[in-house]
Design a binder for this molecule. Structure first.
Ligand SMILES: NC(=O)C1=CN([C@@H]2O[C@H](COP(=O)(O)OP(=O)(O)OC[C@H]3O[C@@H](n4cnc5c(N)ncnc54)[C@H](OP(=O)(O)O)[C@@H]3O)[C@@H](O)[C@H]2O)[C@@H](O)CC1
Ligand SMILES: Nc1ncnc2c1ncn2[C@@H]1O[C@H](COP(=O)(O)OP(=O)(O)OP(=O)(O)O)[C@@H](O)[C@H]1O
Ligand SMILES: [Mg+2]
Length: 365
């Protein structure tokens, strides 16, 4: 279908189900205001112009509405059916590469989010010291304390053939030994054509060595504002234009060989160098650490689902774009729901508790 560039904002009034596209309320509001002002100004004698303007604005709104309906539908199309015919593992075996002495929360958040979204198994590959801590948070994660060992790449390679997607970076840290091992793991992942989501310190590594991921069409980068600027400077060697974030996202993707880039922020901007999708799903003003980890873990599963579903289910749109838009929408909805309950005290753990209901509201038909 080729969704081009859509701006989506679901309103938070509570009357409209977030799962049923409460679309283009933003555009609707702006359009209504413009129409009201112009109609007052030009009064009755210019009524033909007014009519043309009104028609143009409602057409624009209708397109935004249609685009958003389409995106929700495309995400629904990729979600695998729950049936009694499947065995454990079929809906996703996801690897998380991250977790060091300082950061144990981030790989946990990413791994547990992947499971809560619907993956069957999650493997965390982390530094030795981080492993007992991560295991103690949750019995659901399979934890391999291998990332700082001398044969880290071989240890991870043993598991790679069984993994459907890899999420690289949450809580990885910037120790040279770990980063060097992750470089080898990424090479191996590419050689096996496994989709990879790169976040946090994984993006630090990519900024040091963009060739590592250049043109790998199963890669998705999920930078926050700071990480995006760092990548931009590394790849384009110039200051970025912060007045044109959409254009910058498109350009960074192109400069990296058209890999998918998700620039997180007040609105999430998603590009594969050809299209830019905008995710404006209502979230909240609460910015506790770990929300990006929830996003990267969710995306790990959704990218596997989208690629497995095939192009007919995504109606010609890039499966990676559809997966990224779905994961951003889900993360923001978790944030909205958790904030409604806990307000200022909302933490990422509260958001993870909301994954099930948020997913059903958005994507279950
Ligand atoms: N519980 C855990 O274990 C968690 C662990 N985590 C892990 O931590 C590691 C480092 O990740 P990171 O994101 O803190 O790294 P980095 O890019 O050095 O940012 C540092 C500084 O940049 C700024 N800043 C950030 N965002 C900004 C924005 N949008 N807009 C503007 N400024 C912004 C801000 O600077 P400040 O405002 O303090 O000057 C911030 O302090 C990584 O492994 C990650 O996975 C996290 O996942 C969280 C949960
Ligand atoms: N200003 C904002 N308004 C609304 N949502 C936001 C805003 N900034 C970020 N988000 C949402 O929060 C989620 C995480 O983005 P964020 O920029 O906080 O990532 P991060 O810094 O990598 O997080 P982490 O603390 O996990 O490292 C994304 O889904 C994004 O849409
Ligand atoms: Mg982050």
């Amino acid at each position: 279908m080729g969704v081009r560039c859509v701006a989506i904002r679901a309103c938070g009034g509570g009357k409209i189900d977030p799962g049923v596209p409460r679309m283009a309320v933003h555009a609707c509001g702006a359009a209504a205001a413009v129409v009201a002002l112009l109609s007052a100004a030009i009064a009755l004698q210019w009524s033909p112009l007014y009519a043309v303007l009104q028609r143009a604005l409602s057409l624009h709104t209708a397109h935004a509405t249609k685009d958003m309906e389409n995106l929700f539908q495309l995400v629904r199309n990729i979600v695998p059916a729950l049936t009694s015919k499947k065995h454990k593992g079929q809906d996703g075996r996801i690897g998380i590469v991250g977790g060091c002495q300082e950061y144990t929360g981030a790989p946990y958040f990413a791994g547990i989010s992947a499971l809560k979204v619907g993956a069957d198994l999650t493997h965390v590959f982390c530094a030795r010291e981080a492993a007992p801590v991560i295991k103690s948070y949750s019995p659901e994660l399979i934890v391999h304390p291998v990332l700082d060992s001398s044969n880290a790449v071989e240890e991870v390679e043993k598991w790679l053939p069984r993994l459907h997607a890899l999420v690289v970076g949450p809580g990885l840290g910037r120790d040279d030994l770990l980063l060097n091992n992750v470089r080898g793991i990424l090479e191996s992942t590419k050689a096996r054509d496994i989709p990879v989501v790169i976040d946090a310190d994984g993006l630090w590594l990519v900024a040091q060595q963009p060739a590592l991921i250049h043109s790998y069409h199963k890669a998705i980068l999920t930078p926050n504002h700071v990480e995006f600027s760092r990548l931009w400077e590394a790849v384009l060697s110039s200051p970025m234009d912060s007045n044109d974030l959409k254009g910058s996202t498109l350009k960074l993707s192109q400069a990296l060989g058209n890999i998918t880039v998700v620039q997180k922020g007040e609105q999430d901007l998603i590009s594969n160098g050809q299209q830019v999708l905008v995710c404006n799903q209502e979230g909240s003003s609460r910015r506790c650490g770990g929300q990006g980890d929830l996003l990267s873990g969710s995306l790990g599963v959704m990218v596997h689902w989208a690629l497995r579903a095939g192009p007919e289910k995504t109606n010609g749109s890039s499966p990676l774009l559809v997966a990224a838009w779905g994961a951003c929408t889900l993360t923001r909805e978790c944030n909205r729901q958790a904030f409604q309950k806990y307000g200022r005290s909302t933490t990422t753990t509260d958001m993870i508790t909301e994954v099930g209901t948020a997913f059903s509201r958005l994507f279950t038909t």
